[in-house]
Design a protein around this ligand. Structure first.
Ligand SMILES: [Zn+2]
Length: 163
């Protein structure tokens, strides 16, 4: 394929060797340059007819080829790539579950500690203070202890580092 042609739309001269002609216009005397063809095509794809045709075509194609779709899906799932994707999804799900469970147990325990404190008229104390210049304790159930109100006020934030 060699030579030059002039675009019907914009008059630009296109070299056939550069293959910058819309594929369907390679043969024949009427052709558009690739830019004009693309512009035309994108306008055509905005029409309701085109959209309807393509969505119904996709659905019909799926119904007609259900087995093939299923086979392809299965083949992908069994491929090393598909397996890796699936494993990763499973790992993510497990991690999320673990996180949620840990938080749930933790919150439950904290609630229990506070309930007991109320029951016995004691104060809930953070063994390692949350707000201290040396350390930063966590608001987790295993960093809580019950103290009497007077003990608690004595201890108040006087964390002694013994290491
Ligand atoms: Zn053109």
């Amino acid at each position: 394929m060699s030579g030059e042609k002039t675009c019907n739309q914009c008059g630009v001269i296109v070299s056939l060797e550069l293959k910058n002609i819309w594929p369907s216009n390679w043969k024949g005397s009427r052709y558009d340059c690739i830019d004009c063809a693309k512009a035309k095509e994108s306008i055509r794809r905005q029409t309701k007819e085109w959209k309807d045709y393509h969505s119904s075509y996709g659905k019909k194609h799926y119904v007609d080829n259900k087995d093939r779709y299923a086979e392809n899906t299965k083949a992908y799932r069994d491929s090393p790539e598909g397996k890796a994707v699936r494993n990763n999804l499973g790992r993510q799900r497990k991690m999320k579950q673990k996180k949620a469970t840990t938080n749930w147990i933790g919150d439950n325990m904290i609630a229990k500690v506070y309930r007991k404190a109320q029951e016995f008229g004691l104060a809930v104390d953070h063994i390692i203070p949350l707000d201290h210049k040396l350390v930063c304790g966590l608001h987790t159930w295993n960093n809580l202890q019950l103290l009497s109100a007077s003990e608690n006020s004595k201890k108040y934030n006087n964390f002694v580092a013994d290491w």
